[in-house]
Design a protein around this ligand. Structure first.
Ligand SMILES: [Zn+2]
Length: 285
Protein backbone atom coordinates (compact mmCIF):
# COMPACT_ATOMS: atom_id res chain seq x y z
CA UNK A 1 0.00 0.00 0.00
CA UNK A 2 1.38 3.37 -0.93
CA UNK A 3 -0.41 6.01 1.06
CA UNK A 4 -0.41 9.51 -0.27
CA UNK A 5 3.28 9.58 -0.89
CA UNK A 6 3.53 13.17 -1.99
CA UNK A 7 2.37 14.08 1.49
CA UNK A 8 5.26 12.13 2.96
CA UNK A 9 7.54 13.85 0.55
CA UNK A 10 6.59 17.21 1.95
CA UNK A 11 6.97 16.01 5.50
CA UNK A 12 10.29 14.46 4.57
CA UNK A 13 11.88 17.84 4.08
CA UNK A 14 11.27 18.74 7.68
CA UNK A 15 12.60 15.68 9.38
CA UNK A 16 14.01 17.50 12.37
CA UNK A 17 14.07 15.73 15.69
CA UNK A 18 10.52 16.06 16.92
CA UNK A 19 8.33 14.98 19.75
CA UNK A 20 6.48 11.77 19.59
CA UNK A 21 3.95 10.29 21.95
CA UNK A 22 5.21 7.18 23.67
CA UNK A 23 2.22 5.05 24.66
CA UNK A 24 4.30 3.05 27.15
CA UNK A 25 5.76 5.99 29.00
CA UNK A 26 2.50 7.87 28.44
CA UNK A 27 4.33 11.05 27.66
CA UNK A 28 5.92 13.03 24.88
CA UNK A 29 9.46 12.01 24.16
CA UNK A 30 12.10 13.39 21.85
CA UNK A 31 12.49 11.19 18.83
CA UNK A 32 16.04 9.95 19.02
CA UNK A 33 16.10 6.80 16.92
CA UNK A 34 17.48 8.59 13.87
CA UNK A 35 20.95 8.37 15.38
CA UNK A 36 21.90 5.57 12.98
CA UNK A 37 23.88 6.77 9.98
CA UNK A 38 22.05 4.36 7.72
CA UNK A 39 18.67 5.74 8.66
CA UNK A 40 19.86 9.32 8.66
CA UNK A 41 21.20 9.04 5.13
CA UNK A 42 18.03 7.31 3.98
CA UNK A 43 15.80 10.00 5.44
CA UNK A 44 17.87 12.75 3.86
CA UNK A 45 16.94 11.59 0.37
CA UNK A 46 13.75 13.47 -0.47
CA UNK A 47 12.48 10.84 -2.86
CA UNK A 48 13.78 7.60 -1.47
CA UNK A 49 13.14 7.96 2.22
CA UNK A 50 9.56 6.68 2.21
CA UNK A 51 10.24 3.41 0.32
CA UNK A 52 10.88 -0.01 1.83
CA UNK A 53 14.47 -1.11 1.19
CA UNK A 54 13.26 -4.36 -0.34
CA UNK A 55 10.26 -3.33 -2.44
CA UNK A 56 8.20 -0.44 -3.75
CA UNK A 57 5.84 -0.09 -0.79
CA UNK A 58 5.97 2.69 1.78
CA UNK A 59 7.90 2.08 4.97
CA UNK A 60 5.85 1.61 8.10
CA UNK A 61 7.24 4.91 9.30
CA UNK A 62 6.01 6.75 6.21
CA UNK A 63 2.57 5.28 6.71
CA UNK A 64 2.47 6.27 10.36
CA UNK A 65 3.33 9.81 9.27
CA UNK A 66 0.29 9.85 7.04
CA UNK A 67 -1.86 9.23 10.07
CA UNK A 68 -1.16 12.33 12.13
CA UNK A 69 -2.78 12.75 15.50
CA UNK A 70 -3.44 15.80 17.59
CA UNK A 71 -2.57 15.67 21.26
CA UNK A 72 -3.27 18.06 24.06
CA UNK A 73 -0.68 18.56 26.76
CA UNK A 74 -2.07 18.22 30.24
CA UNK A 75 -0.37 18.95 33.54
CA UNK A 76 2.70 16.91 34.55
CA UNK A 77 3.64 15.99 30.96
CA UNK A 78 0.50 13.94 30.43
CA UNK A 79 -1.20 14.13 27.08
CA UNK A 80 -4.54 13.14 25.66
CA UNK A 81 -5.60 12.53 22.09
CA UNK A 82 -7.87 15.20 20.62
CA UNK A 83 -10.58 13.47 18.56
CA UNK A 84 -11.20 14.55 14.99
CA UNK A 85 -14.82 15.64 15.35
CA UNK A 86 -17.51 16.70 12.90
CA UNK A 87 -17.18 20.26 14.26
CA UNK A 88 -13.51 20.30 13.28
CA UNK A 89 -14.37 18.93 9.84
CA UNK A 90 -17.07 21.57 9.30
CA UNK A 91 -14.74 24.37 10.41
CA UNK A 92 -12.03 23.10 8.05
CA UNK A 93 -14.47 22.74 5.15
CA UNK A 94 -15.62 26.36 5.58
CA UNK A 95 -12.04 27.63 5.44
CA UNK A 96 -11.30 25.50 2.38
CA UNK A 97 -14.44 26.77 0.61
CA UNK A 98 -13.40 30.39 1.18
CA UNK A 99 -9.95 29.72 -0.26
CA UNK A 100 -11.35 27.88 -3.28
CA UNK A 101 -13.74 30.78 -3.98
CA UNK A 102 -10.78 33.19 -3.80
CA UNK A 103 -8.79 30.97 -6.13
CA UNK A 104 -11.63 31.05 -8.66
CA UNK A 105 -11.65 34.85 -8.43
CA UNK A 106 -7.90 34.86 -8.90
CA UNK A 107 -8.23 32.68 -12.00
CA UNK A 108 -10.71 35.20 -13.42
CA UNK A 109 -7.94 37.77 -13.06
CA UNK A 110 -9.48 39.70 -10.18
CA UNK A 111 -6.23 39.82 -8.19
CA UNK A 112 -3.96 40.68 -11.08
CA UNK A 113 -1.71 38.65 -13.32
CA UNK A 114 0.14 36.86 -10.53
CA UNK A 115 -2.86 36.27 -8.29
CA UNK A 116 -3.28 32.56 -9.02
CA UNK A 117 0.42 31.69 -8.74
CA UNK A 118 0.72 33.61 -5.47
CA UNK A 119 -2.11 31.52 -4.02
CA UNK A 120 -0.65 28.28 -5.32
CA UNK A 121 2.73 29.07 -3.80
CA UNK A 122 1.17 30.00 -0.49
CA UNK A 123 -1.31 27.15 -0.06
CA UNK A 124 -0.02 24.24 -2.13
CA UNK A 125 3.08 22.21 -2.65
CA UNK A 126 4.11 22.89 -6.25
CA UNK A 127 5.91 19.58 -6.57
CA UNK A 128 2.81 17.80 -5.42
CA UNK A 129 0.55 19.62 -7.87
CA UNK A 130 2.63 18.40 -10.81
CA UNK A 131 1.50 21.10 -13.15
CA UNK A 132 -2.20 20.69 -12.44
CA UNK A 133 -3.40 24.16 -11.46
CA UNK A 134 -7.10 23.41 -11.83
CA UNK A 135 -9.69 24.41 -9.26
CA UNK A 136 -10.23 20.73 -8.43
CA UNK A 137 -6.53 20.17 -7.70
CA UNK A 138 -6.39 23.34 -5.61
CA UNK A 139 -9.45 22.21 -3.66
CA UNK A 140 -8.01 18.79 -2.95
CA UNK A 141 -4.86 20.34 -1.52
CA UNK A 142 -6.40 23.01 0.63
CA UNK A 143 -9.07 20.68 1.99
CA UNK A 144 -6.44 18.31 3.33
CA UNK A 145 -4.27 21.09 4.69
CA UNK A 146 -7.14 22.92 6.31
CA UNK A 147 -8.34 19.74 8.00
CA UNK A 148 -4.98 19.05 9.60
CA UNK A 149 -4.29 22.67 10.52
CA UNK A 150 -7.78 23.22 11.95
CA UNK A 151 -7.50 20.03 13.96
CA UNK A 152 -4.10 21.13 15.23
CA UNK A 153 -5.62 24.35 16.62
CA UNK A 154 -7.07 22.23 19.43
CA UNK A 155 -3.74 20.80 20.49
CA UNK A 156 -0.41 19.76 19.09
CA UNK A 157 0.09 17.84 15.90
CA UNK A 158 2.23 14.77 16.39
CA UNK A 159 3.13 11.60 14.63
CA UNK A 160 1.96 8.51 16.45
CA UNK A 161 4.61 6.14 17.76
CA UNK A 162 2.68 3.08 16.63
CA UNK A 163 1.23 2.05 13.31
CA UNK A 164 -2.47 2.55 12.78
CA UNK A 165 -4.17 -0.70 13.74
CA UNK A 166 -1.23 -2.05 15.78
CA UNK A 167 -1.59 -2.64 19.50
CA UNK A 168 0.32 -0.46 21.93
CA UNK A 169 3.69 -1.95 22.73
CA UNK A 170 4.09 -3.39 19.22
CA UNK A 171 7.39 -2.76 17.45
CA UNK A 172 7.78 0.87 16.42
CA UNK A 173 7.14 1.76 12.78
CA UNK A 174 10.24 0.77 10.82
CA UNK A 175 12.05 3.47 8.90
CA UNK A 176 13.61 0.91 6.57
CA UNK A 177 10.91 -1.64 5.77
CA UNK A 178 7.25 -1.97 4.91
CA UNK A 179 4.84 -4.02 6.99
CA UNK A 180 5.38 -7.05 4.74
CA UNK A 181 9.18 -6.87 5.14
CA UNK A 182 9.68 -5.76 8.73
CA UNK A 183 11.25 -8.82 10.45
CA UNK A 184 9.92 -7.63 13.80
CA UNK A 185 6.34 -7.43 12.61
CA UNK A 186 5.32 -11.08 12.06
CA UNK A 187 6.70 -14.51 11.17
CA UNK A 188 5.54 -14.10 7.63
CA UNK A 189 7.21 -10.70 7.35
CA UNK A 190 10.41 -12.17 8.77
CA UNK A 191 10.42 -14.88 6.10
CA UNK A 192 9.80 -12.31 3.35
CA UNK A 193 12.63 -10.23 4.78
CA UNK A 194 15.05 -13.16 4.82
CA UNK A 195 14.01 -14.19 1.32
CA UNK A 196 14.41 -10.75 -0.24
CA UNK A 197 17.33 -9.41 1.76
CA UNK A 198 19.70 -11.81 0.02
CA UNK A 199 18.83 -10.09 -3.25
CA UNK A 200 18.98 -6.53 -1.95
CA UNK A 201 22.03 -5.68 -4.06
CA UNK A 202 20.56 -7.16 -7.23
CA UNK A 203 17.41 -5.22 -6.51
CA UNK A 204 19.27 -1.93 -6.22
CA UNK A 205 21.08 -2.78 -9.45
CA UNK A 206 17.83 -3.45 -11.33
CA UNK A 207 16.41 -0.14 -10.09
CA UNK A 208 19.51 1.72 -11.24
CA UNK A 209 19.30 0.03 -14.65
CA UNK A 210 15.67 1.02 -15.18
CA UNK A 211 16.51 4.62 -14.32
CA UNK A 212 19.48 4.57 -16.68
CA UNK A 213 17.51 3.04 -19.54
CA UNK A 214 14.67 5.50 -19.13
CA UNK A 215 16.81 8.54 -18.38
CA UNK A 216 15.22 10.52 -21.19
CA UNK A 217 11.59 9.77 -20.34
CA UNK A 218 11.34 8.90 -16.64
CA UNK A 219 10.26 11.77 -14.44
CA UNK A 220 12.71 12.03 -11.57
CA UNK A 221 10.69 14.71 -9.86
CA UNK A 222 7.59 12.53 -9.75
CA UNK A 223 7.34 10.33 -6.66
CA UNK A 224 4.86 8.03 -8.43
CA UNK A 225 7.53 7.29 -11.03
CA UNK A 226 9.89 6.30 -8.23
CA UNK A 227 7.31 3.81 -6.99
CA UNK A 228 6.70 2.49 -10.53
CA UNK A 229 10.41 1.97 -11.14
CA UNK A 230 10.81 0.11 -7.85
CA UNK A 231 7.78 -2.04 -8.62
CA UNK A 232 9.02 -2.89 -12.09
CA UNK A 233 12.42 -3.84 -10.68
CA UNK A 234 10.72 -5.98 -8.03
CA UNK A 235 8.79 -7.91 -10.68
CA UNK A 236 12.00 -8.46 -12.67
CA UNK A 237 13.76 -9.62 -9.53
CA UNK A 238 11.06 -12.21 -8.82
CA UNK A 239 11.38 -13.51 -12.36
CA UNK A 240 15.13 -13.83 -11.92
CA UNK A 241 15.23 -15.56 -8.57
CA UNK A 242 12.21 -17.82 -8.64
CA UNK A 243 13.11 -21.49 -9.22
CA UNK A 244 10.31 -21.83 -11.76
CA UNK A 245 11.35 -18.58 -13.33
CA UNK A 246 11.10 -17.54 -16.91
CA UNK A 247 14.89 -17.85 -17.00
CA UNK A 248 14.60 -21.62 -16.47
CA UNK A 249 11.90 -21.81 -19.13
CA UNK A 250 14.13 -20.11 -21.66
CA UNK A 251 17.18 -22.21 -20.80
CA UNK A 252 15.10 -25.37 -21.04
CA UNK A 253 13.93 -24.26 -24.45
CA UNK A 254 17.58 -24.21 -25.43
CA UNK A 255 18.03 -20.46 -25.51
CA UNK A 256 21.43 -19.88 -23.97
CA UNK A 257 22.48 -16.61 -25.50
CA UNK A 258 22.52 -14.17 -22.59
CA UNK A 259 21.69 -11.11 -24.68
CA UNK A 260 18.72 -12.92 -26.17
CA UNK A 261 17.45 -13.99 -22.74
CA UNK A 262 17.94 -10.45 -21.48
CA UNK A 263 15.84 -9.14 -24.37
CA UNK A 264 13.12 -11.70 -23.74
CA UNK A 265 12.88 -10.91 -20.03
CA UNK A 266 13.35 -7.17 -20.40
CA UNK A 267 16.38 -6.96 -18.10
CA UNK A 268 20.07 -6.24 -18.65
CA UNK A 269 22.56 -8.85 -19.82
CA UNK A 270 24.57 -8.34 -16.62
CA UNK A 271 21.54 -9.26 -14.54
CA UNK A 272 21.06 -12.44 -16.59
CA UNK A 273 24.71 -13.36 -16.29
CA UNK A 274 24.53 -12.97 -12.50
CA UNK A 275 21.32 -15.00 -12.37
CA UNK A 276 22.86 -17.81 -14.41
CA UNK A 277 25.93 -17.87 -12.15
CA UNK A 278 23.66 -18.10 -9.14
CA UNK A 279 21.61 -20.84 -10.77
CA UNK A 280 24.69 -22.88 -11.63
CA UNK A 281 25.94 -22.57 -8.06
CA UNK A 282 22.58 -23.74 -6.76
CA UNK A 283 22.46 -26.69 -9.15
CA UNK A 284 25.99 -27.70 -8.09
CA UNK A 285 25.00 -27.80 -4.41
ZN1 LIG B 1 8.81 -4.08 1.48
Amino acid sequence: MVVNRSYHLRMGKNLKPSSTYDPLLQLLVRESDTSSDRIRSKLSNHYDWCFCELCWRSTEYAISMAAPKVFKRLKRENVKVVPLTETVRTRAQKKANILVARYEQALRGEFGKYGPSRMLLRYCDMQELRGDFSVAAFREHVERRMLVSTWAEDGELLRPATLPGQPEGAARPSKLYCEAHNPRRSDEARRAYQRDRRFALEYEELIAQIWAQGAAVLRRWDIETWADVRKKAYVQLQALKSPTSSLDDLLNRGITNQSEIARELGVSRQAISAAIRRRTRKLAD
